[in-house]
Ligand binder design. Structure first.
Ligand code: FAD
Ligand code: 2HG
Ligand code: ZN
Length: 482
């Protein structure tokens, strides 16, 4: 079914319904929201709609559906795959005005929040009641709960607490026909068939608009120890992780891999960044270990284990943050990696997963194959080693023109990386989703069974295809764009 551009009558109705704070076609107001975070895609929208509540969202979806007009939901616009970048003739639906924390309870360990709540605001609200929401990532100051649920975001605490899906207790959403799905009741058990909550999580705005979510909280941390470790290989890093888990159990909360190249970029581009270790190391691990309130601080025990690991030559050097300021500085080295990479010039990004134990060998074997095919390309594999998820990013040879190299090579580079990942039984999207940047590769590699089921679900819930067209769901062969 073909989608249409919104006619002037629809725009006038929406303007009346949403008022001056909820409707704009002013190019100046719309500008920041038309391009994705990486600057890869510039979109277009007929209007930017910013509803204040779920009733307004439902009205927008109903009106757009009746007029066969596309809707593109958007939160903080931090998508790594241009998932929230609008398509020509669409209505860009921002959830950013819906920022209420409807309830937060230390007894239930649940926070029910609107879709536009920013992740760091939820962190603060949970801390204020002695709890925490254990999902964090570099974009925490802009990413919203609606976007995080819609992408089933991961981040740096997945090791212990899982991805967004594991933390999702309930959901409220407007479905493509304008009806409101009220699934916020935080039941621990609910077997009423297909799980709509989990279907909407990770749907990237293609099955409806999430208006609120109930999220699981955990007790606040009593104390933490953060270490920056120098080592010679991802293999050594994984062995260190397993050693730490053997000795400390699930108190190991963070374990991130940072190559020399990555640390170098942060030191170059981020003001105030300092290398915690004196010598140069090919690889680094950022380790966070926590202890609950009332238990001994974990720094001493972590120090003993790291000293033993050094004696056994498993690691080359390590330093434990002496105070909270230093701990934050260590984390900033990791969290600013994407920003530092962006400042350095455009890169070919990959968000791959293979079984955890296979990742060190994958990095070791894929790296020379990539540099053989693309001589002097600079590799930047970093991230969530303990989840088997590495951002295998690849940049132009030093001294060359980044944009020109990218334009010439990015498709072929990604094909090679994704072919290698597929051969290793892995995924081309571990946590960022498909959006529009990975759509062609997803269509090429996903296989007919997965794609057929995806299209069937999409068609059943959104038969007109108004929800975020051109993202996540590849067209069937011969199928015309909606
Ligand atoms: P947007 O970018 O606005 O939207 C993302 C997708 O969700 C789009 O498809 C959009 O249509 C849809 N959407 C948004 N809101 C709604 C809604 N209310 N209802 C329905 N659909 C909606 N991701 C990780 O998983 N792990 C990381 O470690 C990580 N680190 C990052 C670090 C940086 C510096 C940056 C810039 C991004 C990072 N990301 C990471 C990616 C990104 O932050 C996440 O994907 C995040 O979930 C997006 O949230 P958002 O509010 O910005 O969503
Ligand atoms: C991270 O882990 C994010 O920092 C972003 O997922 C990864 O910039 C990237 O490629
Ligand atoms: Zn990541």
């Amino acid at each position: 079914m073909n989608l249409l551009a919104p006619h002037s009558e629809l725009l006038a109705t929406l303007q009346r319904r949403l008022g001056p704070h909820g409707f704009t076609t002013d190019p100046f107001d719309m500008e920041p929201w038309l391009t994705d975070w990486r600057g890869r895609v510039r979109g277009e929208a007929a209007a930017l709609l910013s509803p204040a509540n779920r009733e307004e969202v439902a009205d927008i979806v109903r009106l757009a559906g009746a007029a066969r007009v596309a809707i593109v939901p958007q939160g903080g616009n931090t998508s790594m795959v241009a998932g929230a970048t609008p398509v020509a003739g669409s209505l860009l639906l921002s959830l950013r005005r819906m920022r209420a924390i409807r309830s937060i309870s230390p007894d239930d360990n649940i926070a029910t929040v609107e879709a536009g709540v920013i992740l760091s605001d939820l962190h603060d609200a949970a801390a204020a009641i002695g709890r925490r929401f254990p999902l964090s990532l570099g974009a925490k100051g802009s990413a919203t709960i609606g976007g995080l649920v819609s992408t089933n975001a991961g981040g740096t605490q997945v090791l212990r607490f899982g991805t967004m899906r594991a933390l999702l207790a309930g959901i409220e959403a407007v479905l493509p026909d304008g009806s409101l799905f009220e699934g916020l009741s935080a039941l621990r058990k609910d077997n009423r068939g297909y799980d709509l909550r989990q279907l909407l999580a990770g749907a990237e705005g293609t099955l409806g608009v999430i208006t609120a979510a109930s999220l699981k909280l955990v007790p606040a941390v009593g104390s933490r120890a953060v270490a920056w470790v120098g080592l010679e290989s991802p293999d050594a890093a994984l062995r260190l992780l397993r050693l730490l888990e053997t000795r400390l159990g699930d108190r190991v909360e963070g374990f991130e891999l940072v190559p020399r190249e990555g640390l170098g970029l942060v030191l170059l581009h981020v003001e105030g960044a300092r290398n915690p270790l004196a010598a140069d190391h090919a690889w680094h691990a950022l380790v966070e270990v926590t202890a609950p309130e009332g238990e001994p601080e974990p720094a001493e025990r972590l120090g003993e284990i790291l000293a033993w690991a050094m004696q056994e030559t498993l690691i080359q050097d390590a330093v434990i943050a002496a105070n909270e300021g230093q701990a934050q500085a260590f984390w900033a080295l990791r969290d600013n990696l994407s920003e530092a990479e962006r400042r350095d010039g455009i890169s070919v990004k990959h968000d791959i997963a293979v079984p955890v134990a296979a990742m060190p060998a994958f990095i070791a074997e894929a790296s020379p194959m990539i540099t053989a095919a693309f001589p002097a390309a600079r590799l930047l594999p970093f991230g969530h080693l303990g989840d088997g998820n590495i951002h295998f990013n690849i940049r132009n040879p030093a001294g060359s023109d980044a944009a020109a190299w990218f334009a010439q090579n990015n498709v072929a580079v990604s094909r090679l990386v994704h072919d290698l990942v597929t051969k290793a039984g892995g995924s081309l999207s571990a946590e960022h989703g498909i959006g529009q940047l990975k759509l062609a590769e997803f269509a090429r590699l996903a296989g007919p069974v997965r794609l057929g089921a995806l299209r069937a679900i999409k068609h059943a819930l959104d038969p007109m295809g108004i929800m975020n067209p051109g993202k996540l769901v590849p067209l069937a062969p011969g199928e015309a764009a909606p």
